[in-house]
Design a binder for this molecule. Structure first.
Ligand SMILES: Nc1nc2c(ncn2[C@@H]2O[C@H](COP(=O)(O)OP(=O)(O)OP(=O)(O)O)[C@@H](O)[C@H]2O)c(=O)[nH]1
Ligand SMILES: [Mg+2]
Ligand SMILES: [Zn+2]
Length: 366
């Protein structure tokens, strides 16, 4: 029916435009809307500290100034610049104006599926720019350590080409179970550091990792990102909050991402905690690329296009690798959960059971 077709094409056009804009924001590409806005260099630049809706705080010449976007750019500030961005600013009629954005070395973004709209490919939310290193902060005990959160963050960071390390904060509360989870990541070659801001453990170690870098702290609310930032800054200016007793979830104390300089050439971006990470817009065939430990097994699966998901146990060498304990069961469970999200499948327990009880399954299938 023409009416619906017209509506659909309107929606498609809108969504293409939206995606195009998100892409341009993410990669800082020059385009018609923001002609001449992205430049490769300038004499003196400022660094974006914090972005509000329509203006941003910029560290410029040793001072913090508030600046607005160049007038001809028809977008609001928080769609265009992000903490860590380098900008060329100029005083125009008593107001600092962001004239140009310097080409980014990286942009950390996450996708967000909009559940209120059908067929929405998801929107992209940029978090910070020019990040050299991301620290995935997790906590012992409060809130509980969930490997699935780490796995999703590792995917997003790899996708943004940003190296990552893991920091287990509150190591004063660490349990044997936490250690088991962390050892999986150590085995994958990821640097894991343990800290306690209460007992001043591991802070110097963490500083050594962050020196001469623009780093970012990401993770759930209440893990101690702001406490760690305070510990590194050597003061306690940033507000921190207690994990609520009832839900054991943080209270979302930090509400906007903010850039802090702690050494001549070293900075940290402290971010607000998030509850969950959506990776459902990833391509299902590519999810396994984010699980490097599958690599030596996946080529031997019976089917070339094996997703190590619904395929029978006997044909899937990755599943057999998990069953034999050579691939971490936790990581495989994460993989299944992510595949369920991507493929819109409700439950993975049947698939998971075939791994946990391979012998029984084999007997049954005989
Ligand atoms: N036991 C223990 N508690 C800590 C440690 N570091 C921080 N905390 C506590 O953990 C709680 C949360 O700390 P925050 O620094 O606000 O956590 P956050 O990750 O910044 O939280 P959001 O801003 O909500 O994302 C506070 O009550 C801190 O006092 C630690 O090393 N050990
Ligand atoms: Mg905080
Ligand atoms: Zn397979």
């Amino acid at each position: 029916m023409p009416h619906y077709n017209a509506y659909d094409s309107f929606k498609t056009k809108k969504s293409i435009e939206k995606k195009q804009r998100a892409k341009e924001r993410a990669f800082g590409k020059k385009n018609e809307t923001v002609d001449n806005f992205v430049i490769d260099s300038c004499n003196k630049y400022g660094v974006v500290i914090e972005v509000r809706y329509d203006d941003a705080y910029i560290l410029y010449d040793g001072e913090i100034v508030l600046a607005k976007l160049r007038k001809d750019i028809n977008l609001v500030c928080n769609q265009v610049v992000f903490p860590g961005d380098k900008v060329d600013i100029e005083m125009v009629n008593d107001t600092y104006t962001i004239n140009h954005l310097l080409t980014r070395t990286s942009i950390l973004s996450r996708t967000k599926k909009d559940s209120t709209r059908l067929n929405d490919g998801g929107s992209t939310k940029n978090i910070a720019a020019n990040v050299d290193l991301a620290v995935i902060v997790v906590a012992a005990k409060e809130p509980p350590l969930h490997p699935k959160f780490i796995d999703r963050y590792l995917m997003i960071l790899q996708n943004s080409n940003i190296p990552a390390i893991i920091c287990l904060n509150k190591c004063d509360l660490k349990t044997a179970e936490d250690e088991k989870i962390l050892s999986t990541y150590r085995d994958l070659g990821i640097y894991v550091i343990e800290t306690s801001t209460y007992n001043n453990i591991g802070i110097d170690d963490l500083k050594a990792q962050l020196i001469n870098k623009q780093a970012i702290f990401v993770g759930n609310s209440g893990v101690g990102k702001s406490s760690l930032t305070n510990a590194i800054m050597g003061d306690d200016e940033i507000r921190t909050g207690h994990v609520s007793d009832k839900s054991k979830r943080g209270r979302h104390t930090t509400t906007t991402s903010k850039y802090y300089v702690w050494d001549d050439n070293s900075s940290i971006i402290d971010t607000p905690g998030i509850r969950s990470l959506d990776v459902s817009t990833f391509n299902p065939n590519e999810i396994q690329d984010y699980f490097p430990e599958f690599e030596n097994w996946r080529d031997k699966c019976k089917y070339n296009d094996c997703l190590h998901f619904n395929e029978p146990y006997d044909s899937c060498i990755v599943k057999q690798g998990v069953a034999s304990g050579l691939i971490s069961l936790d990581r495989y469970e994460s993989y299944l959960r992510i595949m369920c999200d991507v493929l819109n499948v409700k439950d993975y327990s049947e698939i998971f059971d075939t791994i946990k009880k391979p012998e029984e399954v084999k007997k049954k299938s005989k």
